[in-house]
Design a binder for this molecule. Structure first.
Ligand SMILES: [Zn+2]
Length: 231
């Protein structure tokens, strides 16, 4: 079982960045829920959230929730601001953990693939609290700039947010070797080919009068029996 801790950045009194009629805390929650829903299609994944509604959590609380749960991976989703455009991801600046680095490589690449024509600002490192204080491999994604009109236009599209979520999920699929649950197949009808069936022939009788034979044949046909008259 792989335990994934999804962390929607900001919340409650902390809106995060705002711009172009958007609030970071709403977008991060939206994306994180989409990631969680998509992850439910996979076997052996336990999805956890630091928050599922609009509430404030300290950064250290977020890390503590993941540590207490002994999550296998921590993903903090954010929206950037401050003049710029595009996508970037972060891992803890001092990490030497091979998994942390490998997961960033694959998840960053899949998000970039998933969101199409967006500037790749690169795989970065920073001394962020949620990355420093979590005891498991962790990543923080900065998904476009809320204060950039072009980026904001994308962030207003549910379809784009789904692409962002999908990129995270394909990255996780590859990083952790996740397998999709078998889809429930529509129950196949027990349909046997006529040629495969053993057929039993019922001879009804011989009639001196063809008319009588035809009358009985008609009756049987009405009931759905295949009837042939032979000389
Ligand atoms: Zn943020």
């Amino acid at each position: 079982m792989v335990k994934i801790m999804l962390d929607a950045g900001h919340g409650g009194k902390d809106s995060g960045a705002v711009g172009n009629g958007l609030r970071e805390k709403d977008l991060t929650l939206n994306i994180v829920k989409k990631i969680g829903n998509l992850l439910n299609d996979y076997e052996g994944v336990e999805v956890h959230y630091t928050r599922t509604d609009d509430r404030f959590l300290e950064l250290s609380e977020r890390a503590a929730i993941a540590n207490k749960l002994k999550a296998d991976y921590f993903i903090s989703v954010h929206i950037n601001a401050g003049g710029g455009t595009g996508f970037e991801s972060y891992i803890f600046n001092n990490t030497k953990d091979a998994k942390t680095i490998a997961y960033q490589n694959v998840i960053h690449a899949e998000i970039m693939k998933g969101i199409g024509n967006v500037t790749d600002r690169g795989k970065k490192r920073a001394n962020y609290a949620v990355l420093r204080e979590t005891h498991m491999p962790a990543i923080l994604t900065e998904n476009l700039f809320i204060d950039n009109a072009n980026d904001a236009a994308k962030l207003k599209s549910e379809q784009f947010l789904l692409q962002v979520a999908h990129g995270h999920v394909i990255g996780l699929e590859k990083a952790f070797g996740l397998k999709k649950k078998a889809k429930p197949q529509p129950q196949p009808k027990p349909q046997q080919k006529v040629s495969d069936k053993k057929l039993y022939r019922v001879q009804v009788g011989a009639f001196a009068d063809r008319e009588n034979a035809e009358r009985l044949a008609e009756e049987l046909k009405k009931k759905g029996y295949p009837v042939y008259i032979t000389d």
